[in-house]
Design a protein. Structure first.
Length: 375
């Protein structure tokens, strides 16, 4: 009877503790089966949105299709799955003689080719895309500033990649370049990765031997901004003294890129980025940007923290957050009844449910351990 009474009391304490966490805003752990159901509903939604030619949101080029097919493959679907097979066939139609995988006259050749390369590497389970992958890898290296795009190492553009319409590189494009080259087998010793790291380091608000540009001295918070090239720019704007504001999506992009380029956890650049992330840990907005680019932010956050082998984020108050659990709970809460996700803030195409649902599936692929713990 005493043991039974103790068990009842222990159970009551556990329930009370859970209630207190909930009251404090701590997200509940994903329930058994919720993760799998959310993924299944999302893929079911995407099947209804795929065009007869295999594309998703083709008005914006091949990028969304690359994202969606990669996401579906990472959730265990095979290349024979009709969605994946049709999507891959569609993407093959964009292969250009110079190795690009993009619209022929596209201003987004680095972005489109990087996403497609990641997708074809994911699908290359029998070697059928070996030549395509090699050609795309060479194309991307040629597009890099300091490759065919001539630039001296002292030039703030050196090592970066960008959109053609702006004629200057940025951290968003450069993170996709690094991720694509890494997926295709390039490591930290690859010359293109080394060059890219020079550019990435110059996107950080941290004065060091790696960044002697004037921006960090004006806003030395350790986060990252969009580009130091062509006079510098942050999508989050400038500080009153002309510094470039750091913001969430680019700070995670910077952290991920440094890790992929071989920068270690004890490096001051990584430590400063992690400290910034802790001070701005937030899953309800893209820090510094509000709701703009929110799902791009979620996607980049998950990839970065996974690459950094961080299971927890410690915030400014010293609280440790299981980001996989938190992020899974936030995303499942945001899923629409039809299985999709979309952002009410439509900047950067985030009103397009196919693209955003692809982002979320890719994000959830990095959160599987949290779902497994809930089972």
């Amino acid at each position: 009877m005493m043991l039974r009474g103790f068990s009842v009391c222990a159970a009551a304490v556990l329930l009370l503790t859970a209630a207190l966490f909930a009251a404090a805003g701590e997200p509940a752990a994903p329930q058994a089966g919720d993760f799998a159901k959310a993924v299944e509903k999302a893929i079911g939604f995407l099947r209804t949105k795929q065009s007869p030619d295999g594309s998703f949101a083709s008005y914006s080029g091949p990028g969304p299709t690359s994202l969606v097919v990669t996401a579906v493959l990472r959730h265990g679907r095979s290349m024979q799955d009709p969605l994946a097979a049709k999507g891959l066939e569609y993407l093959e139609g964009f292969v250009q003689p110079d190795g690009a995988i993009s619209l022929k006259e596209s201003l987004y050749r680095n972005y489109e080719t990087s996403l497609a390369l990641i997708c074809f590497v994911e699908a290359n389970r029998d070697g059928r895309y070996d030549k395509l992958i090699g050609d795309a890898k060479r194309f991307l290296k040629g597009e890099q500033w300091g490759g065919n795009q001539e630039a001296d190492e002292s030039d703030p553009s050196y090592g970066g990649a960008g959109y053609g319409k702006h004629e200057r590189p940025d951290l968003s494009n450069t993170q996709f370049l690094i991720e694509a080259l890494r997926a295709a087998g390039a490591g930290p010793d690859d010359e293109a990765i080394k060059k890219a790291l020079i550019f990435v380091s110059r996107c950080q608000n941290l004065e060091s031997e790696h960044n002697t540009l004037p921006f960090p001295a004006k806003n030395p918070d350790g986060g990252f901004y969009y580009t130091p090239a062509a006079g510098g720019q942050s999508q989050a704007g400038e500080t009153p003294n002309g510094g470039l504001r750091s913001y969430g999506s680019m700070t995670y992009a910077g952290l991920k890129s440094m890790i992929h380029a071989g920068v270690k956890a004890d490096d001051p650049r990584v430590k400063a980025a992690v400290k910034w992330i802790g001070r701005h840990y937030d899953l309800t907005s893209n820090p510094g940007m509000g709701q703009a680019g929110l799902y791009y932010y979620y996607h980049t956050l998950a990839k970065a923290l996974d690459a950094a082998e961080m299971d927890y984020v410690e915030d400014a108050a010293g609280n440790r957050h299981d980001w996989r659990r938190d992020l899974t709970a936030e995303l499942l809460k945001r899923q629409a009844p039809d299985g999709s996700w979309a952002n009410e803030n439509i900047r950067w195409l985030e009103g397009e449910s196919s693209l955003v649902t692809g982002y979320v599936l890719l994000t959830l692929a990095y959160c599987k351990p949290a779902a497994d713990e809930g089972k």
